[in-house]
Write a protein that binds this ligand. Structure first.
Ligand SMILES: Cc1cc2nc3c(=O)[nH]c(=O)nc-3n(C[C@H](O)[C@H](O)[C@H](O)COP(=O)(O)OP(=O)(O)OC[C@H]3O[C@@H](n4cnc5c(N)ncnc54)[C@H](O)[C@@H]3O)c2cc1C
Length: 385
């Protein structure tokens, strides 16, 4: 490896975590590279619900980022103000949200984030660049791409999602099915009784620790999916695609809505590494963010906001490392502490609630019944929402 690595910081993965990290390094004067195996715009299997804290975090970095993101996603999003929840026994509950949130297909949302990076930073963006292996040396990290070419960096930030190559090579950690979900989703048109301002969540008697969703994403398109805990999928040998198709054809709430609907994309699946466990987020000259760090909300399956927040925290740590020339494992631990402080407590709490609801299914029904009292509903929405 050359004496001086060509990058100070190399961010692997240009999803929400990687782009937020690049934005966090704007104006740092560091040589920053952001590489992704895909060419953008690229699809990402997701529910496409952009949690409110995502834009709030970006706005704290620079108010223009949130404003420009709204403008860029305008043709491909819908603002959501209401959630409709259906209990396992069919009881319905509507929740009006005060905080602004929107749904937008990741094909367009992630492209908009990358536009912000190109507009506001001097980051070198490398698309079509799949990372194959990484190896730490005393002066940095050597990154080998699938075509055999290499890149060198003083610090690498793994933002490459649920199947992270960075994590596999530099911070290996076994898959824990108790803390992992899998889900499938497809896009539909022509869904009946589905206002563009309302996201639907359906909880099912047969499949605990999971739910089915119907999320409007604008332009008459709906993101429809189903996911559950990987431990249960393996134990009960569940075929998620088959279950979703059956639900749309037979579930009393869904069947009438999907009678005339048309699927307009393949039905695809992907993993969700859940947060709430203390797992290593750093290694030798490496930080992990977003799904690569397993930071998804165990209760709702939301991870975009956690990806953005952890990406920004990693950017702060990268600045500190380069300023002090300290890349030691002990110094990098500051990042892990910051993530645990900012997100860890909430994720642990929500993981415990998810396990409790899975173990004691009548609690879900009881919560729906209890929500007829406004004060209790407000409290439940605060806890679970
Ligand atoms: C079915 C499903 C539904 C979901 N629904 C929601 C939802 O509605 N709302 C929500 O907030 N969250 C949702 N999530 C979670 C959300 O998708 C993730 O938490 C979020 O995408 C994490 O962002 P990230 O930047 O960490 O990773 P990603 O968005 O996965 O981005 C990783 C990037 O790294 C690139 N990459 C991967 N490997 C390599 C490699 N070897 N070399 C180079 N580049 C590489 C990929 O191309 C990708 O661009 C859902 C997840 C699933 C699976």
């Amino acid at each position: 490896m050359a004496a001086t690595p060509e990058y100070d910081v190399l961010i692997v993965g240009a999803g929400p975590a990687g782009t937020a990290c690049a934005l966090g390094l704007a104006g740092s004067g560091l040589r920053v590279g952001l590489l992704d195996k895909a060419a953008f715009p690229r699809d990402k299997v997701c529910g496409d619900a952009i949690p409110g804290p995502t834009l709030r975090a970006l706005a704290r970095l620079n108010p223009r980022y949130a404003q420009e993101l709204r403008e860029l996603t305008q043709p491909h999003r819908t603002d959501v103000s209401c959630s409709r929840l259906v209990s396992p026994r069919g009881r319905e509950l509507s929740v009006q949200w005060q905080a602004p949130a929107f749904n937008s297909p990741r094909l367009h949302f992630d492209e908009a984030l990358l536009v912000l990076v190109r507009r506001h930073t001097a980051t070198e963006v490398l698309e079509n660049s799949p990372v194959k292996t990484l190896a730490a040396t005393s002066v940095g990290v050597m990154v080998t791409l699938a075509d055999g070419s290499t890149l060198s960096t003083r610090l690498v930030i793994g933002c490459d999602g649920a199947n992270s190559a960075v994590g596999r090579c530099l911070v290996p950690h076994p898959l824990n099915r108790r803390r992992h979900c899998a889900a499938v989703r497809a896009y539909y048109q022509g869904v009946a009784d589905a206002p563009e301002t309302t996201s639907d969540f359906l909880f099912l008697r047969r499949y605990r620790a999971g739910y089915c969703w119907v999320f409007p994403v604008g332009n008459g398109l709906y993101n429809v999916g189903f996911g559950m805990l990987s431990e249960d999928i393996a134990r009960e040998k569940v075929d998620l695609k088959q279950v979703l198709n059956e639900l749309l054809a037979t579930h009393p709430t869904l069947e009438p809505r999907f009678r005339q609907a048309r699927r307009v994309s393949p039905l695809q699946g992907f993993g969700l590494p859940l947060g709430g466990a203390r797992r290593p987020l750093t290694g030798f000259r490496v930080l992990l963010c977003g799904d690569a760090a397993a930071l998804i909300d165990p209760l709702q399956g939301h991870g975009i906001d956690k990806a953005v927040i952890s990406g920004m925290l990693a950017a702060e740590q990268a600045r500190r490392c380069c300023q002090t020339q300290d890349f030691s494992p002990a110094f990098l631990q500051q990042y892990a502490q910051a993530v645990h402080q900012r997100l860890g407590r909430e994720l642990r709490f929500r993981y415990r609630i998810m396990r409790l609801l899975a173990r004691v299914p009548w609690l879900v029904e009881a919560a729906f019944r209890a929500s007829q009292w406004a004060w209790l509903r407000r409290w439940l929405v605060r806890v679970v929402g």
